[in-house]
Design a protein. Structure first.
Length: 265
């Protein structure tokens, strides 16, 4: 599905179902250098269970036009504009990595629109290695190689995909390599400069999903987010996926989907 936000075309995955704003909404937000395709499995599941799925390509990503946005706050504001254009007045919001930062910031700023929040590979703040930032500034292939290598567990690098015939490591590499010039660097800068809103501003139930072998956002950071939310009085649950790296959507698709089902239904 396509629509227009701030004069630029936006592509939205709907789980291969007709968009129906009257149904309960679920928003899926992808990570840095990625696009809506990382959510295909979850999007198709929930679209067939009576939900209105909104899985957008962020500006400058995938099939969406426009330029990449400079900060997480700008991306959260953009999401609010997108939902207003679509006429979605409340939603469950799910984000991975950069998408988790956007989801968190959006729900903090517009709590009246958020019914549930799920954060995968979350860290607050989310510092980025200087070597990767420097390589990404020149769109050097090393930036994609570092991100992809650090995103996968040892098992994920060698194989072990739960979907036979799919090589998750190569898929992740190709997704990042096809980003337009400057997009991956802009995403990394947004992560690196993220200033998390106060946990007290989150008013809906939250699930944090962490991979025990995550090198990009180690599980200790996810636990820290959970501790902050608990201290603020939020209803929060931590799910830790044994042996999973940061690329948990592809490394542990069934476990991720099972957790989403429990959190969102």
């Amino acid at each position: 599905m396509r629509t227009t936000v701030a004069g630029s075309e936006v592509f939205i995955g709907t789980g291969s179902r007709a968009f129906d704003r009257a149904l309960p909404g679920i928003v899926f937000l992808h990570g840095a250098g990625m696009d809506h395709t990382v959510w295909v499995m979850a999007a198709r599941h929930f679209a067939r269970k009576g939900f209105c799925v909104v899985a957008p390509d962020l500006p400058g990503h995938g099939r969406s036009g426009g330029q990449p946005l400079a900060s997480v706050e700008a991306m959260a504001d953009w999401l609010g504009e997108l939902l207003a254009v679509l006429g979605v007045t409340e939603a469950r919001v799910v984000g991975h990595s950069l998408g988790a930062l956007i989801a968190y910031t959006f729900c903090a700023g517009q709590p009246e629109l958020c019914r549930r929040l799920v954060l995968l590979g979350m860290s607050a703040p989310m510092p980025v290695a200087a070597a990767m930032l420097a390589a990404a500034q020149d769109d050097h292939p090393a930036a994609f190689e570092m991100a992809n290598t650090w995103s996968h567990s040892q098992r994920g690098k060698l194989g072990g995909n739960e979907t036979p015939g799919m090589w998750m490591f190569s898929t992740g590499q190709r997704l990042m390599e096809r980003t337009l010039p400057g997009v991956f660097h802009a995403d990394l800068v947004a992560c690196n400069t993220f200033d998390p809103p106060a946990a007290e501003t989150i008013g809906c139930p939250v699930m944090v999903i962490a991979g025990s072998a995550d090198q990009m956002t180690p599980p200790a950071r996810g636990r820290s987010v959970v501790a902050d939310l608990e201290q603020a009085g939020c209803c929060v649950e931590l799910v830790e996926l044994p042996g999973s790296g940061h690329a948990m959507i592809s490394e542990c698709p069934n476990a991720v989907l099972d957790s989403l089902i429990r959190a969102l239904t």
